[in-house]
Every structure is written in structure tokens, then in C-alpha cells.
Design a protein around this ligand. Structure first.
Ligand SMILES: [Zn+2]
Length: 466
């Protein structure tokens, strides 16, 4: 779905070496690293610090598409920093950057696309918490990936549809754009009267001044940058609490309310069912945002409130809701391990179907298992997609979900769901690898599953015996 060619990334790295900004070796040792080490996205994320909190203040006018913003980042230095990078694309104009209240030198090397290099007036000492304030304005641009799909800040007729997987967040706010650096968030979003601004977490206030309305949202549980949304537009909003006690906030574009209400009405039941299956819901609230943005072509599990580019079907609703456990609460460390999110979410949508008397998870397994060995259902193996271009391959979802159904049959329901429940309980709020899941499943079930996982997740061929 989202492609970045590996050869292109290689070219960028070569350019970095040639035009290196920090010439002196003594200085380089106190510069935060330019990337977080992900092989699929070498420049994504940064090193040298850990973000604790983002405070985003945005003012957006859908008519002019103009954004004015201020981002405050509170972070802890993991080493002495004379300079460090944030991820921020060059489409918006930065007016000032301060570190601990003092103006800092900054620049955005043209060759690097998404790096904002900051040199504080005074170096930040190791283990110290520091505050960066970035003020900027302009017209945010959506990122078009090589396969034609879009992400980032996508303008709609009445607002913007905002999604960031895998690399859209830095198109509208400066951040440490790696799934590994989770942080809490406050949002203050000002939009013209009549427009609603919806972000992750809980609505804490709404004030009107002249022809503008400001919405305040607080996201309490740490969140990866690719899961952030600030979607704006005209919306019908329904709020309530599921029978199991989880507050929800459901918004739909008024043109799509009639078409989406029957499926959205299932969200409370889906939420409570997933809690039965996997344990207590991991966040302070749940919800959904249905927008009129079908040019986007996909839905995304933005934390606490997945966004849908059109009215979702029930399987998609269940898939995104399950991501709150697998993807959002328990998140992969590197993109290669995307199966940890997509395989689990897809399998969960099959479970919802089974639970509601529709096709069973085994029924889905059987349907896809009939596919020929040459089908895209099988390639690439979900435990090793091979490149960023393959992250959202059908096999990551379908063979990925079949892996879990096969494991369910092998272990039996009691053991299998105990593994999934305790996996989430043990790692909630953290980042994990596929290797960790394999080890965890073996330890918890007391079975040797190395061949099973090799056959399903790693080997290229269609699994025939396991
Ligand atoms: Zn998904």
C-alpha cells in the first residue's frame, strides 16, 4: 500500500554521507542520530532522546487550506546533545525553534526530505528533560507514495483527513517519527464555526470565539506517531458508553451518517467482545471517524478513534477495533514486524464474524487455503515482508491471520486465547518483535513451535504441513 523503494533510500543515505552537516567528529558524537535504525525507513525517527509528551496547537481553515501551528515537545536526552534531529517535512515554513525557552539554530537539509536539524544555544545534558517549541505555518501537503496511495494531511471538501502510516506524521508536525517512541498528547485545534476537530483520546473542552471554535483533546496513553490524527470537517457526533463501560465518540460525515449508522452501532458490542477475548480495553475511550475521503482508499487504526475513508463494513470495523490491542497498545518495534498488528487485527475480524453467527474463522481459513501456491495470499511471508513496498501485502493480512487460526487449532481455544490475552497484558503500551511473540507463545503454551512459525511466517512456500 505504501511504497518507498529501497534503492531510493540507499541513495538518500549516500547523500547524507556526502553533505554531512556536522563535520567535526567531536560534534558528531553529541548529535542525536539521524534515523532510528529501521531498515525499511532509514531516516525515520531519530536518536539521542526520548519524547514524553507532545502539545499540539493548530489553527486550520479548510477554505484556504492554511494551517498555523505550534508544537511543544517535552523529551529526555539519552546522551549529551549539542544538536539533534526531528522529523519534519519541508512543505511548511518554520518561523522559530526554541530549546528550553532560548532561540535555537535550525535548518532542513534539502536532500533529507524529512529532517529538521536543531542546534540549541546551550547543549542539553544527558538524562535532562528539555522542551522544544516549533512554530510554523503554511499549506500542509499530503504525501503520495509511489503506488499512488496518499497519507499525511489529506484535504477534504470540508476539512482534512489525517493519517500517518507509515510516514505521514512529519508532513504536519515535527516529531520523532518512529513507532518505538511513544508519547502522550494534548491537542488544541481551532477551526471555523460549524467544523468539528477530532483528535485521539478524550474531548476535554470546546470553546467558541468569534467565528472560530477550539477543540481540546487529551490522549492519556502513550501513542506512536503513525497513529495520530487531527481530522476536521462537518460531522454528526454520537457519544455514549458501551455496556462494558468503555466511553465512545463516533463521528460521521453528515452525508454518510445514514449509510454508516447500522455498522457503527455495532462498535460497542465489538469493543466489549474484544475485551472478553483479549482482556480489558487498553485505552480511556474508543470511537470511529467516518469521513468522505474515498480517494484515500483505506481505513487506519488511529489510536482510540480509527478513521474510515468511507462507511466501513462490519469486518473492517472489527479489524480496526482489534488494532487497539494489536498495533496500538502492543506495537511493533520495526516495520518489518507489521504482522504483529495486521495478522492479529485480520484474525480478530474473523473471530467477530464467527461470534455473530457468520462465517467462522476456520471458514475464512479454508476459503483462502484453497488458493494456489502462486497466489498473492502466500507471498511474501508475513513474518518477513522483505521491503517497505510489501508492508501492506495481502499475505501480511490473510496468511498472517491464517497463521493465528492454525495456531488456534494446534493449541486449542483455551491455550490459544490465553496466549493472546497474556501477550497483550504483558506488553501493553510497549513495542515488540515477531521473535518475542514466537518465544512468548512457546513459553506460555509449553510447546515447541519453532517449525510451526517457520512454516507459516518465514518460509516462502505455501504451508502444506505444520
Ligand atoms: Zn490493519
Amino acid at each position: 500500500m505504501h511504497q518507498v523503494s529501497v534503492s531510493l533510500a540507499g541513495t538518500i543515505l549516500a547523500t547524507v554521507a556526502l553533505t554531512g552537516l556536522t563535520a567535526a567528529p567531536a560534534l558528531a558524537s553529541t548529535h542525536g542520530a539521524r534515523g532510528a535504525g529501521d531498515r525499511y525507513f532509514p531516516l525515520q525517527g531519530n536518536g539521542g532522546y526520548d519524547v514524553k509528551h507532545y502539545d499540539l496547537r493548530l489553527r486550520y481553515d479548510p477554505a484556504s487550506r492554511h494551517l498555523r501551528a505550534r508544537t511543544i515537545i517535552r523529551a529526555t536526552a539519552k546522551k549529551r546533545l549539542t544538536s539533534f534531529d526531528l522529523d519534519f517535512r519541508r512543505n511548511l515554513r518554520i518561523s522559530t525553534v526554541t530549546v528550553n525557552g532560548v532561540g535555537a539554530v535550525f535548518h532542513q537539509p534539502a536532500a533529507l526530505k524529512q529532517e529538521l536539524v536543531v542546534r540549541p544555544f546551550r547543549a542539553v545534558a544527558k538524562d535532562k528533560t528539555f522542551t522544544v517549541v516549533v512554530r510554523y505555518a503554511g499549506t500542509p501537503a499530503a504525501i503520495t507514495d509511489p503506488d499512488g496511495s496518499v497519507e499525511g494531511w489529506v484535504p477534504t471538501k470540508d476539512g482534512a483527513f489525517v493519517v500517518g502510516e507509515p510516514q505521514g506524521a512529519p508532513s504536519w508536525f515535527p516529531c520523532n517519527d518512529t513507532p518505538r517512541d511513544k508519547a502522550t498528547y494534548d491537542f488544541r485545534v481551532t477551526v471555523p464555526r460549524g467544523v468539528t476537530a477530532i483528535a485521539n483520546g478524550d474531548l476535554t473542552g470546546q470553546t467558541r470565539k468569534g467565528r472560530w471554535t477550539t477543540f481540546r483533546w487529551h490522549n492519556r496513553e502513550p501513542m506512536s506517531t503513525y497513529l495520530v490524527t487531527v481530522t476536521t470537517g462537518r460531522f454528526d457526533v454520537r457519544t455514549g458508553t458501551t455496556p462494558g463501560g468503555v466511553p465512545y465518540y463516533i463521528a460521521s460525515d453528515p452525508k454518510l451518517t445514514a449509510k454508516s449508522s447500522a455498522v457503527l452501532a455495532k462498535l460497542p458490542a465489538v469493543t466489549d467482545y474484544l475485551a472478553e477475548l483479549y482482556g480489558p480495553y487498553p485505552f480511556s475511550s474508543t470511537g470511529a471517524i467516518v469521513d468522505d475521503a474515498s480517494k484515500v482508499g483505506y481505513a487506519l487504526e488511529t489510536q482510540t478513534k480509527p478513521v474510515y475513508d468511507r462507511p466501513p463494513d462490519e469486518l473492517t470495523l472489527a479489524h480496526e477495533a482489534a488494532h487497539m490491542y494489536f498495533g496500538d497498545s502492543v506495537t511493533f518495534k520495526r516495520w518489518r514486524d507489521i504482522w504483529i498488528a495486521e495478522g492479529f487485527a485480520e484474525f480478530s475480524s474473523w473471530m467477530w464474524s464467527e461470534h455473530t453467527g457468520g462465517k467462522t474463522a476456520q471458514g475464512f481459513f479454508d476459503t483462502y487455503y484453497k488458493k494456489k501456491a502462486t497466489s498473492s495470499v502466500w507471498k511474501p511471508p508475513p513474518g518477513n515482508p522483505g521491503s517497505a513496498a510489501n508492508l501492506f501485502s495481502a499475505s501480511v493480512y490473510l496468511r498472517g491471520a491464517m497463521t493465528l487460526q492454525a495456531l488456534r487449532v494446534k493449541l486449542g481455544d483455551a491455550t490459544f486465547f490465553d496466549v493472546l490475552r497474556s501477550w497483550h497484558q504483558t506488553h501493553r503500551g510497549r513495542n515488540v518483535t515477531v521473535g518475542q511473540f514466537r518465544a512468548f507463545a512457546e513459553q506460555r503454551s509449553g510447546q515447541d513451535l519453532s517449525r510451526f512459525f517457520d512454516v507459516w511466517l518465514v518460509r516462502k512456500a505455501k504451508p502444506t504441513s505444520w
